[in-house]
Design a protein around this ligand. Structure first.
Ligand code: COA
Length: 675
């Protein structure tokens, strides 16, 4: 299987060939070692963590660091006291490698030096079981160079984390010639189950994401002939949350660009030579914090922008042309791991072929030798960016993958789902579809709230947005092959609206559902005020409470009202049970009634959500009217139009403006003032 094929599969579909580790050792108690340790302990609180370093003080600092994270987790209520206690317990520190001899997995996070690392791995191999996993957190050194000398290289590879490793979900997992076929699958499965987003890469120097990061920083340093660090940072914040020099300062000024770019230069050519200034400057760069911005002369700004985009696009096409990594992972990895506002391929697509060609051509003049596209420019953005598609026993499994936004839906994502369904629904060998979410927390956290501000205040645009977001849902209503929603976690707002348009829903026992729109000062416009009432009319009171007070519905409650077909006890079986359910269903459009429906009366006098938030009376009025009108509508289409119109009405209220701003600013909205 090539990297490309592997990455299209949801890791939840993998069957692990090993169990969860019970003891993991980390060698290197610098910054990233303890951060990886904290991630492991918070994901697996009972795990034994063995921290090894040659420096006693580093070990003590590492424990302090972990303690500090636990305190923060407690203060933010992310950890319960009982779990916090377990996270802090069962951590062994030692300067002696004997302490790791019994571990199931040894993860090296020492200095980026090939000879040192090779020696560490030889020492480790002499102590651990022949099947113990050995991985390196190197950001640049190929597995082939690190592990080939070992007696059992088949249990080794690179697992490359990104700072801060306890929080940043991206991890590169390197597939290399001598590792066991099952190894990469097991590691992908492990990371997925513990909340990470594993990205498989080829064993090229600097793998995938460091090629972007190191060359991005190196190009910034080469631009210092033309501009100051603050100017370069200022211009690049069009594309990244923090400019390259600010990021370099976070890693104390001058991290490993010299080493990594030298590796690339030796392997791939002079054009990768590290900027001289990295050899002479070791102090912090004089720059500005993100958001500050400085005035930059227009010509200078254009040079900076074009050259930074030139290096970014050059590395992007090279990674894809050489199949070092997969396009969806590359875009997502740049966002998750490197702080890009958009992935480079998305940027290329937005700029269009002609502009990308201009940037690349000018860059080639400045830096001959740097990779240029080997394929037609538009072919680079021909892939699914927000979904994974896998086939399970004649059923197509579509996985929503936006881990940075809890798989929130936007029109690009729904378009991708629709295209995959349309391209496969007439295939005789495909019995139907499963839609599920990536990760263990969320099926889908609703419509992407980040996209709302642009349409607020514009009724027609808002109605059109709802209608256009509904194209997938309306298609689902009319399908002749069944679709099952497999709820792997929370399903909120638009996520629940998507799920309730599927022919059946099943979920894990921890899945829960909610329509939180009322707490945002808007209404759920793409079916929540219509479909549940038409499918499960006896549960109208439950839906009134969900719409008007944002009441939560647990998986077992959803089974009771008939909304959920069943609860899957073991989350590992969710997709296979969903696929089995697909085969028992018929799709003929009869699951949603087109006729008017009698529903119980809506409650009056609601003022607060179930969590005690004061609500907007204006929005309560819009929801209530829409529910009554939709129930009375004589066709499904008319009922749905009522919902789109109500969304348009809500989008023009002061409450919507306040609610959406409050979400962005992470504060409680004030609907008392807005009404
Ligand atoms: N649209 C866009 N981004 C969303 C989102 C949505 N519907 N739901 C979550 N996210 C983003 C968050 O903004 C956050 O991004 P950040 O890390 O860049 O700040 C990230 O997903 C993780 O969410 P966070 O709130 O930090 O996680 P949590 O575990 O504390 O809470 C939720 C999870 C789902 C309860 C919370 O995110 C939430 O209430 N989301 C909004 C749900 C909603 O109202 N949906 C209906 C939309 S109309």
């Amino acid at each position: 299987m090539t990297i490309r094929e592997i990455n299209f599969d949801n890791p939840a579909l993998l069957s692990p060939t090993r169990s969860m580790p019970t003891s993991v050792a980390i060698i290197g108690a610098g910054t990233i070692g303890p951060d990886i340790g904290y991630y492991l302990k918070s994901a697996l609180p009972d795990l034994e963590l063995v921290l090894i370093d040659i420096n006693e003080q580093a070990l003590e600092n590492a424990l302090g660091r972990i303690e500090n994270y636990v305190e923060k987790g407690l203060a933010r209520k992310k950890l319960s006291p009982a779990i916090a206690h377990k996270v802090k317990s069962n951590i062994v520190t030692s300067t002696d490698y004997q302490a790791l001899a019994h571990c199931d997995w040894v993860l090296e996070a020492a200095t980026e030096n090939l000879d040192l690392k090779k020696k560490i791995f030889s020492d480790v191999e002499a102590l651990v079981r022949s099947d113990a996993l050995i991985t390196s957190n190197t950001s640049s050194l190929p597995a082939d160079r690190l592990f080939s000398h070992l007696e059992h290289p088949e249990r080794t590879t690179v697992t490359h984390f990104f700072a801060p490793a306890f929080k940043n979900p991206a991890v590169e997992v390197v597939e290399w010639a001598k590792s066991d076929d099952d190894l990469v699958d097991y590691i992908r499965w492990f990371f997925y189950q513990t909340g990470k987003v594993p990205m498989v890469t080829d064993d090229a120097v600097c793998f995938m994401l460091d090629r972007i990061f190191d060359n991005w920083c190196n190009e910034a340093a080469l631009l210092l002939d033309v501009a100051k660090p603050s100017e370069i940072d200022s211009v690049t914040t069009e594309f990244v949350h923090a400019g390259p020099f600010f990021v370099l300062n976070m890693a104390n000024g001058n991290p490993i660009i010299v080493e990594t770019n030298t590796l690339q230069m030796e392997e791939e050519g002079e054009h990768y030579r590290p900027a001289d200034i990295f050899n002479t400057i070791s102090e912090r760069w004089e720059t500005i914090p993100p958001g500050a911005g400085v005035e930059v002369d227009a010509d200078k700004s254009r040079i900076i922008r074009d050259r930074m985009l030139g290096i970014l696009f050059s590395q992007t096409v090279d990674i894809l042309d050489r199949n070092i990594g997969d396009a969806a992972d590359l875009d997502l990895g740049c966002v998750l791991a490197l702080g890009f506002k958009k992935g480079p391929i998305e940027l290329m697509k937005e700029m269009g072929e002609a502009e990308v060609q201009r940037i690349m051509a000018e860059f080639a003049v400045w830096k001959s030798g740097m990779p240029q596209p080997q394929n037609a420019i538009a072919s680079y953005w021909d892939y699914n960016r927000y979904i994974l598609v896998s086939e399970v026993d004649g059923v197509l499994v579509i996985t929503l993958r936006r881990p940075d936004a809890m798989n929130a839906l936007h029109d690009d994502m729904t378009d991708e789902i629709l295209q995959v369904i349309q391209a496969n629904e007439t295939r005789e060998d495909i019995k139907g579809f499963v839609i599920t979410g990536y990760g263990t927390a969320a099926f889908c956290a609703g419509a992407d709230i980040g996209r709302f501000p642009t349409m607020l205040g514009d009724k027609e645009q808002s109605i059109e947005y709802s209608r256009s977001c509904s194209r997938l849902l309306v298609h689902l209503d009319q399908m002749t092959k069944p679709v099952v929603a497999a709820l792997n976690g929370l399903a909120l707002g638009g996520g629940l609206e998507l799920a309730t348009r599927c022919h059946a829903l099943i979920g894990v026992s921890s899945a829960w559902m909610q329509l939180p729109e009322i707490t945002l000062g808007i209404v759920p416009g793409i079916g929540a005020m219509v479909i549940p009432y038409r499918r499960w009319p006896d549960a109208a009171d439950t839906f009134h409470g969900m719409l008007l007070q944002a009441n939560k519905l647990t998986a077992s409650q959803a089974v009771e009202i008939g909304m959920l077909h069943s609860v899957v006890e073991d989350p590992a079986n969710l997709i296979s049970e969903a696929a089995a359910l697909v085969k028992t269903l018929k799709a003929d459009g009869s699951h949603i009634s087109g006729a008017p429906v009698r529903i119980s009366e809506l409650p009056e006098g609601v003022t607060m959500s179930s969590s005690g938030q004061v609500l907007s009376q204006e929005i309560i009025g819009i929801v209530s009217k829409a529910v009554i009108d939709a129930a009375a509508a004589t066709s499904l289409n008319d009922a749905l139009e009522t919902g789109y119109a109500a969304f348009g009405d809500s989008a023009c209220t002061a409450a919507a403006k306040e609610g959406i701003s409050a979400f962005g600013e992470r504060r409680q909205p004030d609907f008392q003032t807005t009404g």
